[in-house]
Design a protein around this ligand. Structure first.
Ligand code: DGT
Ligand code: CA
Ligand code: CA
Ligand code: ZN
Length: 588
């Protein structure tokens, strides 16, 4: 139910924005984010402690708690429905077109009665949008470009949207007493940046109750099929989920099969065939004899391979490397393969710090102290406060004086709290010419500086590369934030020569960020792998704008694992003192 409510609140934020209401939209956005990330279903929360327990969810105040209560009881949020009646448009669809914010969506509804992306495309193609004074020809062209991008990227869901839903379904199924084990497989287990559908596997000797529970989950909109061992449903918000129940003896084989990727599976099957065996979702068989199938480890071992982590199963060299290392381990000899598997793939509990955190000094929701406490709760030992700087005027970005004041405040907070250290930083803007919007003498006082491109994306590849490299050459710039600027499903990366950026990172000692925000995941997996191969330093940051934002770190770690990053490649797995030594100034 959390995801449904999150979507309603997200839409309410947009609808309120349309009405020109101040502040309230942000409150709904934050509540939506908090609900999407909450571990507990709100119905559970409500049953446990009523309205009061709802209010204890971070970012949920009285007004929002009351709406959650209303939804739990009646499945309606009247306010939302009333607003939606006035502007009955497909907000999520229209917002997925780059450049379309609340104000433009409202204008398009009022002037041209545009409800859907299809209406929008028709109007743009007919040249009707250029006629609206505040929009014009340029907007019309950008809308058409945006629509093409959406069509090309298709309707896949963000990992960060789907992961919490899958985890919540898993947790509920695990509670059924006839169920021995539940695992989420498919692209979610591989932590792929976008997800087509959810694949869940369970072990049970008596599958009836789990099938019933699964098909009766409140978020289910439609049951495609309900069988003895397999069911398929569509959730109300459009996501398909498959559940299969298998016996314990073939669980490893089924998990392996349904984790994929398909390309990895095909390559494994070929190895089996070469041995004269057969591999399928029931097991690995020599004739009728089951050689392996209970666990994945057993399966890989029987095929003569070292175990391969799910995130690396894309048939991008992992199988050759695993075969070679297995042979070396079992029969001795030198490792001579060109590629080898990471010895210590970075793990989900390995991060000690987070170097990109926004606060209520700019567009974040919470205070420095609140963010520090939330980070500590998330298991971190240090965070760097990186509010936006002045050329991002809409966020109330800091200038030099504001940064000075913030440094004083951070010093004060560090004296007050324990168990976590707050570093003084900023997310400075890289201007079109590669200079920064904060003076060097102020940057020199900060503990750690991140720089990023936030505007003027349209440049040639050569110009953009030059711009970013110039910023990386600044001796105060420690980290390049979200290096390609993409927003998944919404905005393509700007044109930039990543090989040159990676080379510049090595040469200048500038760390490249893996931004874990679900919309970004930037660097993406392929670039992580390139950076790792080149020996360029990396960090994984949450880009949190609220206390609930640290949950996103797992998606960044997932991308790092997909890029074969060792723990040692990720600088913020190190203790604070060692981390600081890796920065340019070597401050301590
Ligand atoms: P998605 O859902 O598009 O994000 O990606 P996946 O990888 O979850 O793909 P999905 O849901 O179509 O299938 C789940 C897994 O099942 C997939 O990763 C590998 C396995 N699988 C599906 N179809 C085939 C197939 O034709 N051959 C083989 N070997 N495996 C398959
Ligand atoms: Ca899938
Ligand atoms: Ca599937
Ligand atoms: Zn940024």
């Amino acid at each position: 139910m959390n995801q449904e409510l999150a979507r309603i609140f997200e839409e309410m934020a947009v609808l309120l924005d349309m009405e020109g209401v101040a502040f309230k939209p942000r409150a709904f956005e934050r509540a939506a984010e908090a609900l999407a990330n909450a571990d507990e279903d709100v119905r559970e929360t409500y049953r446990r402690g009523g309205l009061k327990a709802l209010e204890e969810i971070p970012d949920v105040g009285r007004g929002i708690a009351e709406r959650i209560e209303e939804f739990v009881k009646t499945r309606h949020v009247k306010d939302y429905e009333r607003m939606k009646q006035r502007v009955p448009v497909d907000i999520a669809g229209l917002r997925s077109v780059a450049g379309l914010g609340p104000k433009k969506i409202l204008l398009l509804w009022k002037k041209l009665k545009i409800r859907t992306v299809a209406d929008l495309e028709k109007a743009a193609k007919a040249g009707k949008i250029r006629g609206i004074p505040t929009l014009g020809l340029k907007t019309e062209q950008n809308i058409l470009k945006g629509i093409t991008f959406v069509e090309e990227t298709g309707k896949r869901f963000l990992l960060g949207e789907v992961w919490p839903m899958a985890a919540s379904i898993q947790a509920r199924l695990e509670r059924i007493s006839e169920v021995e084990r539940v695992m989420v497989a498919g692209s979610i287990r591989r932590m792929k940046e976008t997800i087509g559908d959810v694949d869940i596997l369970a072990i049970s000797k008596k599958p009836g109750p789990i099938m019933d529970a699964f098909c009766r989950m409140p978020e289910v909109g439609r049951v495609y099929a309900k069988g003895d061992t397999k069911s398929m449903v569509r959730l109300r918000q459009g996501l398909d989920v498959d559940l299969r129940v298998v016996p314990a003896a073939s669980f490893g084989a089924a998990l392996n099969y349904f984790t994929g990727s398909k390309e990895h599976n095909v390559a494994l099957r070929e190895i089996a065939v070469k041995k004269g065996w057969k591999l399928n979702e029931y097991g690995l068989f020599a004739g009728k004899r089951r050689v392996a199938g209970k666990t994945e480890e057993e399966l890989y071992g029987a095929l003569g391979l070292r175990y391969i982590e799910p995130e690396m199963r894309e048939n991008r060299g992992e199988i050759e490397a695993a075969r070679h290392e297995f042979a070396v381990r079992n029969h001795g000899g030198q490792a001579r393969g060109k590629i080898s598997l990471p010895k210590n793939l970075v793990g989900y509990g390995d991060l000690r710090g987070d170097l990109q955190v926004q606060t209520d000094w700019t567009d974040g929701a919470h205070s420095i102290l609140q963010m520090a406490e939330a980070a500590k709760k998330a298991g971190l030992e240090y965070i760097c406060i990186t509010d936006h700087t002045r050329s991002l005027a809409m966020t109330g970005g800091s200038d030099e004086r504001k940064l000075e004041r913030q440094m004083v405040e951070i010093d004060r907070i560090n004296k007050k709290i324990s168990g976590i250290t707050v570093l003084r930083g900023a997310e400075v803007n890289i201007m079109a010419d590669g200079t920064l919007d904060i003076a060097d003498r102020t940057l020199a006082k900060l503990d750690c500086v991140g720089a990023a491109v936030h505007a003027q994306f349209r440049m040639t590849k050569a110009e953009m590369t030059k711009r970013i490299v110039r910023a990386m050459e600044n001796p105060h710039v420690d980290i390049l934030f979200h290096p390609t600027g993409r927003l998944i499903n919404r905005r393509a990366a700007y044109d930039v020569d990543m090989d040159a950026i990676i080379a510049a990172a090595k040469r200048t000692g500038t760390i490249l960020e893996i931004d874990a925000h679900p919309d970004r995941l930037d660097l993406k997996d392929d670039y992580v792998r390139k950076a790792v191969d080149a020996g360029a330093p990396l960090v994984i940051d949450s880009d949190a704008h609220a206390m609930s934002g640290f949950a996103a770190l797992r998606y960044g770690i997932g991308q790092a694992r997909r890029g074969w990053a060792e723990r040692s490649d990720i600088i913020n797995t190190r203790p604070l003192r060692d981390f600081l030594k890796c920065l340019k100034g070597g401050r301590s």
